[in-house]
Design a protein around this ligand. Structure first.
Ligand SMILES: O=C(O)[C@H](O)[C@@H](O)[C@H](O)[C@H](O)COP(=O)(O)O
Length: 231
């Protein structure tokens, strides 16, 4: 990753009760990364966020702040969280406006191949139903082509109101990492990654196909257990 990274981290994956994934993320707070990474060059955004107060237990911002951001020398003004005093629709519009300003001032790169920002890294976790960010299966949010940030009010996984980056933004990133851990995600991983044929549902995770960027999946043994290459 470039040292002048514009970084995205989707901390939804790091729940309090999820110690293996949380500790993997927290490794960044210790040696050597706390010293070798130039944290002053990092900019942090949320690929999706729950529309709750920043001090709410469901807030992804709070989770990231408590477990990572408060322990690293990241410049506070480089941390771009949503405005939690707005409705979901307003918060999505506001977040997109903020990102547009940062693209205009070249803090965030612009894609050569789409009308979208080009983030250096977008880190996502796939859920058991194959959704990533708040791009949920069979939802019009998957069709959004014009907005950079949009919103949903009907997430099957609570809380229902979320803002989310759209597919064009995620697929314009220089690098996208998708994480899946545990046997409960094995079937979704198979449907998202393997050559499963046209009769199978196209999960949101399968729609993550960076136009020119790099996609890397990180799976543990259980999540990878149904992949063809694992047999
Ligand atoms: O819940 C959220 O806020 C996000 O919608 C979602 O993208 C999340 O990152 C995955 O669902 C992984 O989380 P789980 O492993 O808990 O399903």
């Amino acid at each position: 990753m470039k040292s002048s990274s514009n970084s995205i981290v989707d901390y939804n994956n790091a729940k309090e009760d999820d110690s293996p994934r949380l500790s993997a993320i927290q490794n960044l707070c210790g040696a050597p990364y706390n010293k070798t990474v130039d944290w002053s060059k990092w900019y942090i955004f949320w690929a999706d966020e729950r529309v709750v107060a920043k001090n709410h237990v469901d807030s992804n911002y709070k989770l990231a702040k408590d477990h990572l951001l408060s322990k690293l020398p990241i410049v506070p003004s480089h941390v771009h969280s949503i405005n939690d005093s707005l409705t979901a629709e307003e918060a999505a519009n506001d977040y997109e406006f903020v990102i547009r300003q940062l693209v205009r001032t070249r803090v965030v790169n612009v894609s050569d191949v789409s009308d979208c920002p080009k983030f250096d890294l977008i880190l996502l976790e796939m859920s058991t139903d194959g959704h990533v960010a708040s791009l949920i299966h069979d939802h019009p949010v998957l069709e959004e082509k014009n907005e950079w940030v949009t919103f949903i009010t009907t997430s099957p996984k609570p809380p229902p109101e979320r803002i989310t980056f759209t597919l064009p933004v995620i697929n314009s990133a220089a690098n996208v990492a998708v994480v899946a851990t545990g046997g409960g995600k094995a079937e979704a991983a198979r449907l998202a990654i393997d050559d499963v044929g046209p009769e199978c549902p196209v999960l949101p995770a399968r729609m993550i196909e960076p136009i020119v960027g790099k996609l890397v999946w990180f799976l543990d043994n259980q999540a990878a257990s149904m992949l063809k290459c694992s047999s």
